[in-house]
Unconditional design. Structure first.
Ligand SMILES: Cc1cc2nc3c(=O)[nH]c(=O)nc-3n(C[C@H](O)[C@H](O)[C@H](O)COP(=O)(O)OP(=O)(O)OC[C@H]3O[C@@H](n4cnc5c(N)ncnc54)[C@H](O)[C@@H]3O)c2cc1C
Length: 461
């Protein structure tokens, strides 16, 4: 890996006080907060559309001591939230980065306050295992609403947003301080002068070579979307940054191929729903090992459906009837909180049939495969949901940072002027329930943006 650019007499194509790389939740939040402090911000996004994985997200934020909980009469404590997360990690053998967990938990009320002030609407709080208190807050309709609100806020504050302009390199001065970035635009390199840079380009899960170099083990499988290119992490590494390895071994996660890409709950499978591939192979759940990727369908009969919670169990807008009845739900979902069979009917990935041959036709397998699958298929009508895929989850790998979101070098010292936020700076995406990844992206984006702006303002006098 060659080193960063050290340019003493760079011809600059443009100049801003601070650059933000990546227009997902973390980057947009960092840009907004920096602009609120009065610094000139340029945000560079690789894709034509802003949003990254934030725009794909269900929009679940798991948080404690929020105004929403208070309004619902729920007495919650950050310490209890942290303790439950710690217990869960202990039980599952993953490594909890306690400082990051505390950071995002303690900052969640202010994250909510800011999003609400920007016009983002929430439903909840809903309960979700393993949390003992309802902490699941759903953005309406989904993560796209966060992106839209942050983008609007950025534009109102004059943030210059440049799309289709991937960052390619950092420029350091001879003292090793950030002095700009190289971004591509229409195939040409542009040198952007800036005394601080916030790296918020998402995770690096699609860069198997990088993950293998960090873990020392071979990685095989299919990751969800290719946003996670790792190019910004490698750009920082060329400038001397340290990269932390994933916090747990890569593991498969079964999600619907079609939006909103929900992930069926373990209790749904425990109720008797069975996963079968086009090849006729049944896929155990929870999935222990990475397998050959193939389209997977969930099949079940009316007897299983009768064991599930339904919209009729619901109690008002909270949509938490499943909790009241103790019956399983199909998945957590955008807007509503939980998907029941009724919710699935409106979606393309739902089908109903009265015969086993009908299921086989929908799945693309043989009727004999269904008989051999062990699925309870005695009572028609039968239900088929899918396709789903086992996507490889590689999370927690990220640039090493301190509590000020400064990127640390391999020697452990901050690289002057360089900050990172969101998945670019690690954190386990899904653990101990949904909703901690967005919280991390937004809370770390707030701090990175504020500190980057403070540095600009301090150097201005
Ligand atoms: C289907 C799905 C559902 C999810 N649901 C939830 C949920 O409900 N709750 C939750 O907490 N978490 C959820 N997550 C996880 C969560 O969405 C992410 O962890 C979080 O959004 C990451 O935010 P980010 O800003 O760090 O990265 P992203 O939102 O991915 O943004 C990174 C941006 O950087 C851009 N970029 C990359 N390289 C460059 C470059 N070289 N130059 C410029 N730009 C670049 C990318 O194009 C992208 O726009 C979900 C994830 C998925 C995939």
């Amino acid at each position: 890996m060659s080193g960063p650019l050290h340019l003493s007499r760079t011809i600059w194509d443009d100049a801003v006080d601070a650059v933000v790389i990546g227009g997902g939740g973390a980057g947009l939040m960092a840009a907004l907060v920096a602009a609120e402090k009065g610094v000139e911000v340029g945000l560079f996004e690789r894709e034509a559309a802003l949003g990254g994985k934030t725009a794909l997200a269900m929009g679940i934020l798991t948080a404690s001591q929020t105004e929403f909980q208070k309004q619902a009469g729920i007495d919650d404590r950050h310490e209890d939230h942290l303790a439950e997360l710690r217990d869960y990690f202990d039980r599952t053998g993953a490594r909890l980065e306690e400082e990051k967990a505390r950071f995002l938990i303690e900052r969640s009320p202010e994250t909510f306050e800011q999003l609400t002030a920007l016009g983002v609407e929430f439903r909840g709080p809903h309960p979700e295992k393993p949390h003992r208190t309802p902490r699941l807050h759903n953005v309406v309709p989904d993560g796209g609403a966060i992106v839209a609100a942050l983008e609007k806020g950025c534009r109102e504050l004059g943030v210059r947003i440049v799309r289709e302009s991937p960052a390619k390199d950092l420029i350091l001065d001879h003292a090793g301080r950030v002095s700009g970035v190289v971004c591509e635009r229409n195939g040409e390199s542009r040198h952007i002068r800036a005394g601080t840079a916030v790296l918020a380009a998402g995770d690096s899960a699609a860069d198997f070579a990088l993950i293998e170099a960090l873990t020392g083990t071979a990685v095989e499988g299919e990751v969800f979307r290719s946003f996670a290119s790792g190019e910004v992490q490698k750009m920082a590494m060329r400038a001397g940054a340290r990269m932390n390895p994933p916090q747990r071994p890569p593991a498969p996660q079964c999600r619907f191929v079609d939006a909103p890409h929900v992930e069926p709950a373990a209790d749904f499978y425990a109720a008797g729903a069975v996963r079968i591939g086009r090849s006729g192979r049944t896929h155990p759940s929870p999935q222990a090992e990475v397998e050959e990727p193939e389209d997977i369908f969930i099949v079940f009969d009316s007897a299983v459906a009768a064991r599930l919670a339904s919209a009729a169990d619901d109690v008002g807008p909270g949509r938490d009837g499943w909790k009241r009845t103790g019956k399983p739900y199909i998945a957590t979902a955008p807007t509503v909180g939980y998907f029941y069979l009724e919710d699935c009917k409106a979606l393309e990935w739902y089908a109903e049939t009265d015969t086993l041959d009908g299921i086989a036709e929908l799945v693309g397998c043989k009727t004999t495969d269904l008989r051999a699958s062990g699925a309870s298929l005695a009572q028609p009508p039968y239900f088929v949901l899918g396709p789903l895929r086992n996507y490889l989850m590689i999370d927690g790998a990220g640039l090493a940072i301190d509590e000020e979101m400064r990127v640390l070098s391999v020697d452990g010292d901050p690289i002057p002027g360089l900050y990172a936020a969101g998945a670019c700076a690690g954190w386990i995406h899904y653990f101990g329930g949904h909703g901690h990844a967005l919280g991390w992206a937004l809370a770390s984006g707030r701090v990175a943006g504020a500190r980057a702006a403070d540095r600009v303002l301090a150097n201005a006098f």
